[in-house]
Design a protein around this ligand. Structure first.
Ligand code: ADP
Ligand code: G6P
Length: 487
């Protein structure tokens, strides 16, 4: 097989217009003449960045005027092996904030109440997918494997075939598609007015991958109920057989383990250990998104302190919340809710010497993130739905010394694999508050046992393992197709 062309909405770097006009500043990978480049966050970016060796196509993230397009394209290609896709402000807004993040995202995470269908958004989603398809068709060379990612690009597999057929009619096109978020039960999915169009778009892939068996099952039952196609437990009989499989994503544990050895990180860990001496640290690391159940976490922490006052002053919750999708109203509302809750807990239990919740509404750099993971006694993941959740994997990778515990929502994809964590229903405040207590009071022996189970899993089922499995499966399918054609 030739190159792997990965296509996703977000690129590993986010482009922004330079504010300074200081031409004497040295240009480097994070700075071209008129633009700055900053690492993006999110599970998809973490996963694909760890794979390496990809040509990566994605939206530039901002509107780039024609005269600067060559600068941004050359820079992204040279330093990051990325090909940017440019969209006008209007289309980008309706495709990204609108259809992707105000319709598909809430619906697929079981928030149908937040979904307001809008024909214009759907039009923009279709158009944006078409622009992606055209750019990809130009980039495509026979032998390349096309690997499409996530809910922003569900029409893309079908469009790619159309666009490549127009300019390279004889090329064999092999397409894998991976959904990084949950596929909801068909009873939720069927609410979507364009439910058939979306399924037909994805079904032009040769292989469709999901994080868990449940997501595959939900997808297949939607396909059979809404398109009346015959399905088997491993795929769909369409104009050809479309394989559907479970490929649970992992992390790149070595990156975290090696990172912890860096002198500056060791120093930072020492500093944080002194700062929190005698205090147990709970950590939460999430994008500020309503699926992450941050209000549930704060309320659970509140109830834990109320029921166990002996812990007041002896534990803190450090909550990192990366700003996310700030142009979408639900995300703005969430910010207000979370700020109020943080204020409530701190007002109730705080004192001049002690702040129970340390809330940081910003992204932190990698060194700071791993130092915080390493000094924390417990990581709390309380998502109300989450495709996988890589934070839980990252935390375990950083816990070889402390053997910290993981409180993990049963509604994450990760909960199906991470045996050894304390599984909770984040809607059950009693259970969640008990989990806070339990995580602190487990015997050292039990902590070690849990950690060993989790650590072994995280070391084995890595991002590379995930990527290799998908690519191997695609190669097998491509080979099979080739043989069928020859006979
Ligand atoms: P999602 O993909 O929904 O954002 P994941 O837990 O799968 O959720 O992935 C989140 C990724 O973003 C992780 O790799 C994590 O390290 C990174 N991240 C989350 N919060 C921060 C933060 N405050 N600063 C830096 N990186 C963060
Ligand atoms: C989730 C999605 C990704 C997305 C990430 C961050 O992980 O599955 O596709 O990149 O969230 O969200 P953003 O909207 O900032 O790309």
């Amino acid at each position: 097989m030739g190159r792997i062309l990965a296509v996703s909405n977000r690129l590993p770097v986010t482009v922004s217009k330079r504010k300074d006009n200081n031409d004497s500043l040295e240009l480097n990978e994070l700075r071209s003449k008129n633009y700055d480049y900053k690492m993006s966050s999110g599970g998809l970016v973490s996963a694909l960045s760890a794979l390496g060796g990809l040509q990566w196509l994605g939206w530039s993230g901002i509107n780039v005027p024609d005269e600067y397009k060559a600068e941004v394209t050359d820079h992204l290609n040279k330093y990051f092996h990325c090909t940017p896709i440019f969209l006008s402000d209007d289309v980008a807004d309706m495709y990204y904030n609108g259809f992707s993040n105000s319709i598909l995202w809430p619906l697929f995470h079981y928030h149908p109440g937040e979904m307001n269908f809008d024909e214009d958004w759907w039009g923009a989603y279709t158009l944006a997918n078409r622009v992606f398809a055209k750019t990809l068709a130009e980039e495509f060379k026979p032998g390349d494997l096309v690997w499409v990612h996530d809910y922003h690009l569900m029409l893309l597999p079908a469009m790619i075939r159309e666009e490549i057929a127009l300019i390279k009619p004889d090329a064999v096109v092999n397409i894998a598609y991976f959904l990084h978020i949950p596929f909801p039960t068909s009873e939720i999915y069927r609410v979507l007015p364009v439910r058939r169009e979306i399924l037909l778009g994805v079904l032009q892939s040769d292989l469709i991958g999901f994080h868990t068996y449940d997501y595959v099952r939900h997808f297949l039952s939607s396909v059979s109920a809404l398109l009346q196609l015959e399905t088997t437990p491993v795929g769909v009989k369409f104009d050809r057989f479309v394989s559907c499989g479970v490929f649970p994503l992992g992390t790149d544990p070595e990156r975290f383990i090696d990172g912890l050895k860096k002198p500056e990180v060791v120093q930072r860990i020492d500093h944080l250990k002194k700062r929190f001496e005698g205090v147990k640290v709970f950590i939460g690391v999430d994008r500020l998104d309503y699926i992450k159940g941050i209000p549930n976490k704060l309320s659970g922490f509140d109830m834990f302190l109320e029921k166990n006052p002996e812990w007041i002053g002896k534990c803190v919750l450090i909550q990192l919340a990366v700003p996310s999708r700030q142009d979408v109203e639900e995300y703005q509302n969430l910010r207000t809710v979370v700020n109020e809750l943080v204020g409530r807990v701190n007002g109730k239990y705080g004192s001049a010497e002690f702040t129970p919740v340390h809330f940081m509404h910003r992204s932190v750099d990698f060194n700071e993130l791993i130092a915080l993971y390493a000094v924390s006694d417990v990581c709390v993941v309380s998502s109300t739905r989450d495709g996988m959740n890589l934070v839980s994997y990252e935390y375990i990778a950083c816990q070889q010394e402390r053997h910290g515990q993981l409180i993990l929502s049963e509604f994450t994809g990760a909960s199906q694999s991470l045996n050894g964590s304390i599984i909770v229903n984040p809607w059950d405040m009693e259970e969640l508050s008990n989990a806070f207590l339990q995580s602190l009071t487990l015997s050292e022996e039990k902590k070690l046992q849990n950690h060993n189970l989790l650590f072994k899993y995280v070391m084995k089922f890595t991002t590379k393992y995930w990527g290799k499995n998908i690519v191997d499966e695609m190669e097998r399918i491509a080979e099979e197709r080739k043989k069928q054609k020859e006979h």
